[in-house]
Ligand binder design. Structure first.
Ligand code: HEM
Length: 418
């Protein structure tokens, strides 16, 4: 696994460049793709996984505040029931909520308070993923046309670029985002980190790099949140178990939130059973390559994948692997040396593996834990249709059903029932 992850001629970036046809979606010339993405990946890793964790405790109150505002003002019920419960689309709710929280992390309060900007931040990654799906179906020559149609000629990217360019050009001095959150945003951190190399890191290059990062940060969190909430509905006893743990950890500051063993175990076990991609590690051979043991041989242009699905369903690591056991990582019912949701291990590949493993995993974990705690403390949750299945498969991807509806009953209503 280490050889697969770390060998430079087996490239993670080349897989993404092919999948998203970056020369059109991110406007990167083909011959520069791999080189540029390598330097961007180094920057992402430095900012997110090396410096990032120290920022998260400070970001926590801003994210909590934004989440409360989302739930109070932006949750769009499909239907309001007589007892005050609301029926919402689970996929749409998770997608918008994750987008609002990521937007705060990336761009702060002032830029995202503008609905047009916020909409563009939501639209851009969704459109890129839609393009990716269509690119698999149409000949390469049609890529620019498909891209122009789906993205409305890059309208979201243009709007974001327009708003961010003056901030970058002034090295943030004309940005009126109040201090406090400003220094914690990825926009501010990226600008400072690249200041000495502004000839290369122009406003456009920096914005496109940030949007590339936003793409990585957009899809996985909402799909994971969808799967978690679906599981809470399918195993409702877990709603009470987790509420009890949360109640015992008050006041819930960042440190306590980060150390809720049952919540962590529930999330890891749910992710073990269903993850967005069954093949979380994919590397494309930039030249012919034979593994050190003499096999396998990978011809140039071929992609090698690791089945994270098989790894996480291996009975010798996870006894009774098809059964959901929410306490598995608290009770030690596994043979892996790690047990936390954000851990990386050869036996748990939801974040990938090695030096290219997801650098945003601590940010993602904070957002997901916050979302879980807020849903659990506010609502009793159940599926509108108890027979509704959680997802369908598109190639190796688990796709949430857009039609899944969840009924959220405010807990004050639940408590006041006789
Ligand atoms: C539940 C949420 C998430 C999951 C499950 C996830 C999973 C993954 C996986 C499997 C990879 C590929 C690793 C490999 O090839 O070894 C990856 C790469 C990456 N992820 Fe995540 N991710 C999540 C959220 C995020 C967030 C929130 C960010 C940013 C804030 C982020 C940034 C990245 C980046 C930058 C890469 C590498 C791509 C590159 O270097 O260009 N991810 N992620």
């Amino acid at each position: 696994m280490t050889e697969l992850s770390e060998t430079p001629v087996l490239s993670q970036r080349a897989v993404y460049a092919d999948m998203f046809r970056f020369q059109h979606t991110m406007n990167i010339a083909h011959h520069d793709e791999v080189k540029i993405m390598r330097s961007r990946s180094r920057l992402y890793a430095l900012i997110l996984s090396v410096r990032g964790p120290a920022q998260l405790a400070k970001l926590y109150p801003y994210l909590q505040d934004r989440l409360e505002r989302f739930l109070d003002e932006e949750l769009y019920p499909a239907q309001v029931l007589a007892d005050g419960s609301v029926c919402v689309s689970l996929a749409e709710t998770c997608r918008v909520m994750a987008s609002r929280l990521m937007a705060m992390m990336f761009f702060g309060e002032e830029l995202t308070a503008d609905p047009a900007f916020s909409k563009a931040v939501y639209n851009h990654p969704q459109q890129t993923v839609r393009c990716m799906a269509l690119f698999q179906l149409v000949p390469r020559v049609m890529t620019p046309l498909v891209n122009a149609l789906i993205t409305h000629r890059g309208a979201a990217m243009k709007l974001i670029l327009n708003r961010i360019t003056p901030v970058i050009d002034s090295e943030t001095t004309n940005w009126t985002e109040p201090t406090g959150l400003k220094e914690l945003t990825l926009l501010d951190i990226f600008i400072k980190e690249t200041q000495s190399t502004r000839d290369y890191w122009t406003a456009e290059t920096l914005t496109r790099a940030l949007m590339g990062l936003l793409l990585a940060a957009s899809h996985q969190p909402w799909v994971n949140l969808y799967i978690f909430i679906y599981r809470l509905c399918a195993s409702p006893e877990w709603q009470d178990i987790l509420r009890e743990e949360i109640a015992a950890a008050q006041p819930l500051d960042y440190d306590r939130l980060d150390h809720l063993p049952l919540l962590d175990s529930f999330m890891r076990e749910t992710a073990r059973l269903v993850s967005l991609d069954k093949l979380n590690i994919r590397r494309k051979a930039l030249q012919d390559y034979t593994f050190a043991g003499g096999s396998p041989h990978v011809p140039i242009g071929a992609t090698v994948c690791v089945s994270s699905y098989n790894v996480s369903h291996n009975a010798s690591t996870y006894p009774d692997p098809e059964t959901f056991d929410g306490r598995r990582f608290v009770d030690g019912n596994h043979q892996d040396s790690t047990h936390r949701y954000s851990d990386i291990s050869e036996q748990y590949l939801i974040w990938g593996y090695g030096s290219l493993a997801c650098p945003g995993r601590f940010h993602a974990t904070l957002v997901l834990k916050l979302a879980m705690v807020n849903f659990l403390t506010r609502y009793q949750m159940r599926l509108a249709d108890s027979k509704m299945r959680s997802h369908w498969m598109y190639e190796a991807f688990s796709m949430p059903y857009e039609s899944t509806k969840v009924i959220l009953t405010p807990r004050a209503v639940v408590r006041s029932k006789p």
